[in-house]
Design a protein around this ligand. Structure first.
Ligand code: MG
Length: 159
């Protein structure tokens, strides 16, 4: 078994979609990024690559490469699952999103279900938690940034 952690931060701005775990969340602001900005998927990709000791999202999918402009982060995750993960399998995934607004509680199960489908895992292996920044911590607290963290356990033996 191997464990990995991932972390990502994006600025939020108007005129962008807020995409979390492949799900579009109704919001005034969305992630500003070279890709679609799905901060949660970026953290999950880094957790997987970290568990595999295979570098990070930037080394696999550089944001200087025009190929990745506005690309679906879910597509990038699928590439990692197909090309980098075998022979390992994901045992479980735990994530935290830190976002001042909107409140994510009503969207958590939709995000979990979408991630479970992409990762081909049962829902009970996929955890998504959400917190606010208690209106402190600069851009995070003012609702102008978002952070996601992910931890993943992988195993060579399917379980
Ligand atoms: Mg990112």
């Amino acid at each position: 078994m191997r464990v990995g952690t991932g972390w990502d931060v994006h600025r939020l701005g108007t005129g962008r979609k807020l995409i979390l775990g492949g799900v579009v969340i109704p919001s005034e602001k969305g992630e500003i990024a070279h890709s679609d900005g799905d901060v949660l998927i970026h953290a999950i990709i880094d957790a997987l690559l970290g568990a595999l000791a295979k570098g990070d999202i930037g080394s696999h999918f550089p944001d200087s490469d025009p190929c990745y402009k506005d690309i679906s982060s879910t597509h990038l995750l699928k590439l990692v699952l197909e090309q980098d993960l075998p022979p390992y399998h994901i045992v479980n995934l735990d994530t935290t999103i830190i976002l001042q607004r909107p409140k994510l509680r009503e969207h958590i199960d939709a995000i979990r279900a979408n991630l479970a489908q992409v990762l081909q895992l049962e829902m009970h292996r996929v955890s998504v938690k959400a917190k606010t920044a208690e209106t402190i911590l600069g851009e995070l607290g003012s609702g102008d940034a978002i952070i996601a963290q992910a931890s993943v356990l992988i195993s060579e033996i399917p379980c």
